[in-house]
Design a protein around this ligand. Structure first.
Ligand SMILES: *[C@@H]1O[C@H](CO)[C@@H](O)[C@H](O)[C@H]1NC(C)=O
Ligand SMILES: *[C@@H]1O[C@H](CO)[C@@H](O)[C@H](O)[C@H]1NC(C)=O
Ligand SMILES: *[C@@H]1O[C@H](CO)[C@@H](O)[C@H](O)[C@H]1NC(C)=O
Length: 360
């Protein structure tokens, strides 16, 4: 056998750090590795599979064995959480990129400290499980749950409650037992325990607080003589948007000991207390400007930025003052479209040159 020398890549270092991290055993989000199950296109998870799923602790394996039929939705939830995080953070220095490691620490080291980013990932993940499981209940795919039939009768506004109301209670209780079971009441890191539990809960509450009433009209030619309505969850996109706002307005907290109870309070006494749906964090985030394997930062070299924006996606902030390179790119698009009676649309192909900017 021939040995070859490979130059270690950045991923290699991330891999090692993430592995050490996993062995240390404080990776509360390792279950997000279940997203890989979803990607593999496996059609169902059986009780006998539970021992071999990635990233689960023993308590979660037990939950899996009692609820194998729900696990497909849990892994779908992990996928949604990661996608939504990447969508919401696409224009920020830390853009929620996952590392392709076989060690279940899908975000690398970024979640190690109690930062805003960790707060967001916890909230979106626990919300994603609640959302995905509830969706599965409503679509009739699960034996243990279905629509919420307690919402019935006639409303004060005169419509009839009917149809399938989303059984968000089931999804939330499931998410609570599955996701929160990761959190250990470690005496040394009790503040982090409190932070994680709070943010997990905040994510789920954002779903509850944004439940909508959806209706359908029945009657001759679209009139609304009779209206039936049901309770529906917000879309997961809007949960992501709400949580991103919570991320922007997150409260820094410190642990205080009051009588015998430990609690988290705003670090700045002039700040108003945080609510149940606010995100909280313990330590400021690194700036994510440069690659740093110890913090999981990939740096922003090569990232696209917007020359005129003053926001985080603007070149000043995105490139951390290092400047940027400008490239010309030719794109082809449909233009001068005409509608012909009846019925087709004719377009020309136009090419134009656009400028794109990338951080040095
Ligand atoms: C966590 O915080 C400590 C103390 O501030 C710091 O030394 C360490 O690099 C941080 N780790 C990560 C992964 O950000
Ligand atoms: C996210 O950031 C990394 C590192 O800066 C970059 O390689 C990657 O292309 C970015 N992803 C997106 C979708 O912009
Ligand atoms: C760049 O930012 C400006 C100002 O915020 C915005 O109007 C414009 O649409 C952005 N351009 C791109 C390509 O995103």
């Amino acid at each position: 056998m021939q040995w070859k020398y490979y130059r270690p890549t950045p991923q290699y270092f991330l891999w090692i750090f993430a592995l050490v991290y996993l062995l240390v055993g404080c990776n509360a989000s390792a279950w997000l590795a279940l997203s890989a199950i979803h990607a593999s296109g496996i059609s169902s998870i059986k009780t006998s599979d539970c021992d071999n799923l990635p990233g689960l602790i023993n308590k979660q394996v037990q939950i899996c064995k009692r609820n194998a039929e729900v696990m497909k939705s849990v892994s779908g939830g992990a996928v949604n959480a990661i996608h939504e995080c990447q969508f919401q953070f696409a224009n920020r220095r830390w853009n929620c990129s996952t590392i392709d490691a076989h060690n279940n620490a899908v975000f690398g080291n970024v979640l190690e400290n109690g930062t805003r980013e960790a707060a967001f990932v916890h909230a979106i993940s626990s919300a994603a499980v609640a959302h995905s499981v509830t969706r599965a209940c409503s679509s009739g795919g699960l034996l243990k749950c279905g629509c919420d039939r307690t919402i019935s009768g006639t409303s004060d506004e005169g419509f009839t409650w009917s149809g399938c109301s989303d059984n968000v209670d089931y999804g939330i209780v499931f998410s609570q037992s599955f996701v929160d079971s990761r959190e250990k009441k470690n005496k040394m890191k009790f503040d982090r325990y409190l932070m994680n539990i709070h943010n997990n809960d905040a994510g789920r509450r954002v779903i509850e607080e944004n439940m909508r009433t959806e209706c359908k009209c029945h009657g001759v030619s679209g009139s609304c003589e009779m209206k039936t309505c049901w309770r529906a969850m917000p879309t997961f996109r809007s949960v992501g948007e709400k949580l991103k706002e919570k991320f922007d307005g997150a409260t820094e907290v410190v642990e205080v000991r009051d009588k015998k109870r430990k609690d988290l309070r705003p670090a700045d006494k002039n700040f108003k207390p945080y609510t149940h749906t606010d995100l909280i964090y313990l330590v400021p985030s690194p700036d994510f400007c440069n690659p740093d394997y110890s913090t999981g930062s990939l740096g922003t070299k090569g990232r696209e930025c917007n020359r005129t924006s003053k926001a985080m996606d603007g070149c000043d902030l995105m490139c951390c003052g290092r400047g940027f390179d400008t490239y010309q790119e030719t794109i082809t698009e449909r233009c001068s479209c005409k509608f012909h009676w009846c019925c087709y649309v004719e377009c020309k192909q136009c090419t134009k040159t656009i400028e794109i900017h990338k951080c040095k």
